[in-house]
Design a protein around this ligand. Sequence first.
Ligand code: PLP
Length: 401
Amino acid sequence: SSWFDQARFIPPDAIFALTAKYVADSFPQKVNLGQGTYRDANGQPWVLPSVNKAREQLLANGLNHEYLPILGLADFRNATAKLVLGSDLYSQRQSQVATCQSLSGTGSLHLAGLLLRACHGQPKVYIPSPTWSNHHQVFGSLGFPCETFKYYDPETRDLDVESYYSMLDNAEPNSIVIIHACAHNPTGCDPSKEQWKEIARRMKERQLFPLFDSAYLGFNSGNLDEDAYPIRLFIGEMEMEAGVCVSFAKNMGLYGERVGCFLLATHTGQAATNTQSMLEMLQRSEVSNPPGFGAKIASQLLGSEELKQMWYADMVTMSDRIRSMRKALYENLLALETPGSWDHLIRQSGMFGFLGLSPEVVVKLRVTPNTMSPAISISEEPMDIDTIKWCEHTEMLHIRR
Ligand code: PLP
């Protein structure tokens, strides 16, 4: 017997499990469309030239490996707040904003959850469906009751804004709503500016707390200010309190360095001071000190006008390439006279392409790896229908040509 006889076996995370299978597959023309990581024209990870230069400068200046403060690197936190809010709003509201460096976007969401739980108990958390799967795990593991709302309409293959509004109109006051700031994962469908205004108005009226998951700023359109529109609308024009969970994994390509920041825009300087002190205490008990290397790179980059301009150009490179890949897929599907309509592929934006296939089609496309059958392999394990849907949603497609 073992102390751990009660332990249950938890199946591996679907996306990472698929990546492991992809790595093990010897087929030379394999393509991994699972994990959301940018690849260059040779299918290789891309170290951004701006990031490379920032790293070289850091190394040339002499890098040490001391602990960072519990809240993280102050220059990095301040530069992140200024970047996300924009210079004008930042200079007006700086004293009402609490910040804490985090373990990338995931750690930021978790930190936000810890703070909200400490201040408000466990209100409902409304999560769009579909969404990035970890939202349910992060907030569920903290004991929040998670409710989903319909975000996507499979018929129109677009945002279902009426369902969104109806959820907001009926949500329990003082609940939390998870908002993808841009480049919704996995549908690629974001509200228009007019729809964002309506969403903000209804949330304010119903006293709902907006928690932005901001993992793709600048990566979506290539213009960070454009992508930050809803965040600045809610906090600036609408004068709402809001949390913003920022990740630099995608837009700086710092995936494994775990560079993120949680920002909380409050209404008073006192609330900002107090919540920041709580974040410090919460961080202390979990990670003690956040990792230094990636935050130092990001800080070096954000602190130099020259490197920042290079970075903006790098984000244009990445978002342009994603757009051109999307267009090429669309044009090839048309050229091959693939049944169905595919306009949604070029309407969507961001890293994810949502094919909109039915679960039945996905099952048909599934093949066993290491056979020469053409098509797409998803998984060898038997999956229930929800998992299959999820596979389709996240485009966990491992294509064999
Ligand atoms: N939020 C969304 C919507 C994502 O797609 C991701 C990563 O894929 C994250 C958050 C968090 O990523 P990380 O923890 O690597 O910053």
